[in-house]
Design a protein around this ligand. Structure first.
Ligand code: HPA
Length: 248
Protein backbone atom coordinates (compact mmCIF):
# COMPACT_ATOMS: atom_id res chain seq x y z
CA UNK A 1 0.00 0.00 0.00
CA UNK A 2 0.97 3.63 -0.32
CA UNK A 3 -0.91 6.69 0.83
CA UNK A 4 -2.08 7.49 -2.71
CA UNK A 5 -5.76 7.67 -3.65
CA UNK A 6 -7.87 8.87 -6.56
CA UNK A 7 -11.10 10.70 -7.11
CA UNK A 8 -12.18 9.66 -10.57
CA UNK A 9 -14.42 11.74 -12.86
CA UNK A 10 -17.15 10.30 -15.06
CA UNK A 11 -15.18 10.73 -18.29
CA UNK A 12 -12.86 8.01 -17.05
CA UNK A 13 -15.39 5.19 -17.10
CA UNK A 14 -13.46 3.60 -19.96
CA UNK A 15 -10.37 3.27 -17.77
CA UNK A 16 -12.01 -0.11 -16.99
CA UNK A 17 -10.59 -0.30 -13.52
CA UNK A 18 -10.21 -3.73 -11.96
CA UNK A 19 -11.99 -3.53 -8.61
CA UNK A 20 -10.54 -5.75 -5.85
CA UNK A 21 -12.76 -4.64 -3.00
CA UNK A 22 -15.41 -2.11 -2.14
CA UNK A 23 -15.88 -0.59 1.30
CA UNK A 24 -19.20 1.16 1.79
CA UNK A 25 -18.44 4.05 4.09
CA UNK A 26 -20.45 6.50 6.16
CA UNK A 27 -18.82 9.68 7.36
CA UNK A 28 -19.87 12.44 9.78
CA UNK A 29 -20.76 14.34 6.59
CA UNK A 30 -22.90 11.65 5.03
CA UNK A 31 -22.33 9.05 2.36
CA UNK A 32 -19.60 9.48 -0.28
CA UNK A 33 -20.34 9.31 -4.01
CA UNK A 34 -19.31 5.63 -4.13
CA UNK A 35 -17.88 3.05 -1.76
CA UNK A 36 -14.13 3.36 -1.42
CA UNK A 37 -13.05 1.03 -4.23
CA UNK A 38 -9.70 -0.64 -4.15
CA UNK A 39 -8.58 -0.77 -7.78
CA UNK A 40 -5.53 -2.35 -9.36
CA UNK A 41 -3.41 -0.20 -11.61
CA UNK A 42 -0.06 -1.58 -12.74
CA UNK A 43 -0.08 -4.20 -9.99
CA UNK A 44 -0.59 -1.52 -7.33
CA UNK A 45 -3.76 -1.36 -5.25
CA UNK A 46 -5.14 2.16 -5.02
CA UNK A 47 -8.23 3.33 -3.12
CA UNK A 48 -10.53 5.47 -5.20
CA UNK A 49 -13.93 7.09 -5.20
CA UNK A 50 -16.02 7.60 -8.31
CA UNK A 51 -16.87 11.28 -8.01
CA UNK A 52 -20.20 11.08 -9.85
CA UNK A 53 -21.24 7.73 -8.38
CA UNK A 54 -21.07 4.18 -9.73
CA UNK A 55 -23.70 4.99 -12.35
CA UNK A 56 -22.31 8.45 -13.11
CA UNK A 57 -25.58 9.94 -11.85
CA UNK A 58 -24.47 12.66 -9.40
CA UNK A 59 -24.20 16.15 -10.96
CA UNK A 60 -21.25 18.36 -9.94
CA UNK A 61 -23.30 20.62 -7.61
CA UNK A 62 -24.76 17.62 -5.73
CA UNK A 63 -21.55 15.72 -5.06
CA UNK A 64 -20.84 15.21 -1.37
CA UNK A 65 -17.26 16.47 -1.63
CA UNK A 66 -16.78 16.48 2.15
CA UNK A 67 -17.79 12.83 2.51
CA UNK A 68 -15.55 11.85 -0.42
CA UNK A 69 -12.46 13.45 1.11
CA UNK A 70 -13.28 12.21 4.60
CA UNK A 71 -13.81 8.62 3.43
CA UNK A 72 -10.48 8.58 1.58
CA UNK A 73 -8.71 10.08 4.58
CA UNK A 74 -10.14 7.34 6.79
CA UNK A 75 -8.79 4.80 4.29
CA UNK A 76 -5.30 6.16 4.84
CA UNK A 77 -5.13 8.38 1.76
CA UNK A 78 -2.79 11.31 2.32
CA UNK A 79 -2.06 12.10 -1.32
CA UNK A 80 -5.06 12.41 -3.60
CA UNK A 81 -5.13 12.82 -7.35
CA UNK A 82 -8.34 14.21 -8.79
CA UNK A 83 -8.92 13.02 -12.34
CA UNK A 84 -11.08 15.60 -14.08
CA UNK A 85 -12.29 16.34 -17.58
CA UNK A 86 -12.07 19.97 -18.66
CA UNK A 87 -12.77 22.21 -21.60
CA UNK A 88 -9.77 24.16 -22.86
CA UNK A 89 -9.38 27.77 -23.97
CA UNK A 90 -5.59 27.62 -24.11
CA UNK A 91 -4.17 27.44 -27.62
CA UNK A 92 -1.24 25.44 -26.23
CA UNK A 93 -3.48 22.85 -24.56
CA UNK A 94 -5.41 20.84 -27.14
CA UNK A 95 -8.30 18.44 -26.56
CA UNK A 96 -6.91 14.96 -25.96
CA UNK A 97 -4.02 16.36 -23.89
CA UNK A 98 -3.39 16.39 -20.13
CA UNK A 99 -2.59 19.18 -17.69
CA UNK A 100 -1.72 19.53 -14.02
CA UNK A 101 -3.03 23.02 -13.26
CA UNK A 102 -1.08 25.16 -10.81
CA UNK A 103 -3.90 27.54 -9.91
CA UNK A 104 -7.65 27.53 -9.52
CA UNK A 105 -10.44 30.14 -9.58
CA UNK A 106 -13.70 29.20 -7.92
CA UNK A 107 -16.97 30.38 -9.54
CA UNK A 108 -19.16 27.83 -7.76
CA UNK A 109 -21.80 28.65 -5.18
CA UNK A 110 -24.01 26.92 -2.63
CA UNK A 111 -21.81 23.84 -2.21
CA UNK A 112 -20.77 22.51 1.19
CA UNK A 113 -17.25 23.80 0.84
CA UNK A 114 -15.69 23.55 4.32
CA UNK A 115 -15.28 21.20 7.28
CA UNK A 116 -15.38 24.27 9.51
CA UNK A 117 -18.70 24.05 11.34
CA UNK A 118 -18.38 26.77 13.94
CA UNK A 119 -17.67 24.26 16.70
CA UNK A 120 -13.94 23.98 16.22
CA UNK A 121 -11.14 26.50 16.42
CA UNK A 122 -11.30 28.94 13.49
CA UNK A 123 -8.54 28.28 10.99
CA UNK A 124 -7.84 30.23 7.81
CA UNK A 125 -6.04 27.68 5.70
CA UNK A 126 -3.35 28.97 3.37
CA UNK A 127 -4.50 28.37 -0.18
CA UNK A 128 -2.01 30.57 -2.05
CA UNK A 129 -0.88 27.49 -3.96
CA UNK A 130 -3.99 25.32 -4.08
CA UNK A 131 -2.19 22.20 -5.31
CA UNK A 132 0.62 20.39 -3.57
CA UNK A 133 3.91 21.39 -5.19
CA UNK A 134 5.80 18.15 -4.51
CA UNK A 135 2.91 16.02 -5.73
CA UNK A 136 2.67 18.13 -8.91
CA UNK A 137 6.42 17.73 -9.38
CA UNK A 138 6.08 13.91 -9.15
CA UNK A 139 3.40 14.00 -11.84
CA UNK A 140 5.47 16.23 -14.11
CA UNK A 141 8.48 13.95 -13.62
CA UNK A 142 6.39 10.87 -14.50
CA UNK A 143 5.14 12.69 -17.58
CA UNK A 144 8.71 13.36 -18.69
CA UNK A 145 9.78 9.76 -18.17
CA UNK A 146 6.71 8.35 -19.92
CA UNK A 147 7.10 10.81 -22.79
CA UNK A 148 3.67 12.19 -22.14
CA UNK A 149 2.94 15.81 -22.97
CA UNK A 150 1.50 17.61 -19.97
CA UNK A 151 0.55 21.26 -19.58
CA UNK A 152 0.05 23.61 -16.63
CA UNK A 153 -2.60 26.27 -16.35
CA UNK A 154 -5.37 27.86 -14.35
CA UNK A 155 -8.52 25.83 -13.75
CA UNK A 156 -11.77 27.82 -13.56
CA UNK A 157 -14.48 25.92 -11.69
CA UNK A 158 -18.03 26.61 -12.83
CA UNK A 159 -21.23 25.54 -11.16
CA UNK A 160 -22.71 23.33 -13.88
CA UNK A 161 -24.30 21.08 -14.67
CA UNK A 162 -24.89 23.11 -17.83
CA UNK A 163 -21.91 24.10 -19.93
CA UNK A 164 -20.90 27.75 -20.19
CA UNK A 165 -21.93 30.46 -22.62
CA UNK A 166 -19.29 31.84 -24.97
CA UNK A 167 -19.35 35.12 -23.02
CA UNK A 168 -18.81 33.31 -19.73
CA UNK A 169 -15.75 31.69 -21.28
CA UNK A 170 -14.55 35.13 -22.46
CA UNK A 171 -14.85 36.31 -18.88
CA UNK A 172 -13.01 33.29 -17.46
CA UNK A 173 -10.25 33.87 -19.97
CA UNK A 174 -10.00 37.56 -19.01
CA UNK A 175 -9.66 36.39 -15.41
CA UNK A 176 -6.69 34.23 -16.43
CA UNK A 177 -8.32 30.78 -16.65
CA UNK A 178 -6.92 28.44 -19.29
CA UNK A 179 -9.28 25.52 -18.69
CA UNK A 180 -12.77 25.04 -17.28
CA UNK A 181 -14.34 22.23 -15.29
CA UNK A 182 -17.05 21.81 -12.66
CA UNK A 183 -15.55 19.83 -9.79
CA UNK A 184 -12.12 21.20 -8.80
CA UNK A 185 -13.77 23.16 -5.99
CA UNK A 186 -14.57 22.55 -3.23
CA UNK A 187 -12.53 19.35 -3.70
CA UNK A 188 -9.13 21.11 -3.64
CA UNK A 189 -10.07 23.37 -0.72
CA UNK A 190 -11.39 20.51 1.39
CA UNK A 191 -8.25 18.46 0.74
CA UNK A 192 -6.17 21.38 2.00
CA UNK A 193 -8.38 21.76 5.10
CA UNK A 194 -8.08 18.10 5.98
CA UNK A 195 -4.29 18.15 5.43
CA UNK A 196 -4.22 15.92 2.36
CA UNK A 197 -1.82 16.55 -0.52
CA UNK A 198 -3.91 17.12 -3.60
CA UNK A 199 -3.38 17.70 -7.31
CA UNK A 200 -5.56 17.53 -10.38
CA UNK A 201 -4.74 15.71 -13.57
CA UNK A 202 -7.04 17.41 -16.06
CA UNK A 203 -7.77 15.94 -19.42
CA UNK A 204 -9.04 18.28 -22.10
CA UNK A 205 -12.05 16.69 -23.76
CA UNK A 206 -13.35 19.70 -25.72
CA UNK A 207 -12.70 23.28 -26.69
CA UNK A 208 -14.55 25.52 -24.22
CA UNK A 209 -17.78 27.13 -25.47
CA UNK A 210 -17.17 29.46 -28.38
CA UNK A 211 -13.61 28.21 -28.85
CA UNK A 212 -12.12 25.91 -31.48
CA UNK A 213 -13.00 26.21 -35.11
CA UNK A 214 -14.06 22.76 -36.23
CA UNK A 215 -17.78 23.32 -35.82
CA UNK A 216 -18.13 20.05 -33.88
CA UNK A 217 -20.60 20.19 -30.99
CA UNK A 218 -19.13 19.91 -27.50
CA UNK A 219 -20.75 16.49 -27.09
CA UNK A 220 -19.25 15.25 -30.36
CA UNK A 221 -15.91 16.50 -29.11
CA UNK A 222 -16.28 14.46 -25.90
CA UNK A 223 -16.69 11.32 -28.02
CA UNK A 224 -13.80 12.25 -30.22
CA UNK A 225 -11.25 13.26 -27.58
CA UNK A 226 -11.94 11.18 -24.46
CA UNK A 227 -10.31 7.97 -25.82
CA UNK A 228 -7.18 9.88 -26.80
CA UNK A 229 -6.92 11.59 -23.42
CA UNK A 230 -7.51 8.30 -21.58
CA UNK A 231 -4.61 6.72 -23.50
CA UNK A 232 -2.36 9.56 -22.37
CA UNK A 233 -3.57 9.19 -18.83
CA UNK A 234 -2.91 5.44 -18.72
CA UNK A 235 0.61 6.04 -19.99
CA UNK A 236 1.19 8.63 -17.29
CA UNK A 237 -0.30 6.55 -14.46
CA UNK A 238 1.73 3.49 -15.33
CA UNK A 239 4.82 5.55 -14.60
CA UNK A 240 3.52 7.68 -11.74
CA UNK A 241 1.96 4.98 -9.58
CA UNK A 242 4.92 2.56 -9.36
CA UNK A 243 7.19 5.59 -8.66
CA UNK A 244 5.02 6.74 -5.78
CA UNK A 245 4.85 3.21 -4.38
CA UNK A 246 8.59 2.76 -4.69
CA UNK A 247 9.26 6.02 -2.84
CA UNK A 248 6.76 5.38 -0.09
N1 HPA B 1 -16.97 23.24 -19.22
C1 HPA B 1 -17.13 22.83 -17.95
N2 HPA B 1 -16.81 21.59 -17.56
C2 HPA B 1 -16.33 20.74 -18.47
C3 HPA B 1 -16.14 21.11 -19.81
C4 HPA B 1 -16.48 22.43 -20.21
O1 HPA B 1 -16.33 22.83 -21.38
N3 HPA B 1 -15.66 20.03 -20.45
C5 HPA B 1 -15.54 19.03 -19.53
N4 HPA B 1 -15.95 19.47 -18.33
Amino acid sequence: MSDLGFIVGSAFSNLELEIMSRSPTKTPFGVPSSPVLEVVIDDCRVPCILRHGENAQIPPHMINYRANLWALWEHGVRQCLGLSAVGTMDQGFAPGELAVPEQIIDYTWGRDHTFSDGNTELKHVDFTSPFDDSFRASILEAAKVSDCLIRGGVYGVTQGPRLETASEIDRLERDGCTMVGMTGMPEAGLAREIGMKYAICAMAVNYAAGRGNEGASIHDQFKQYIPQAVQQLLKLLSCLIPNLYKNY
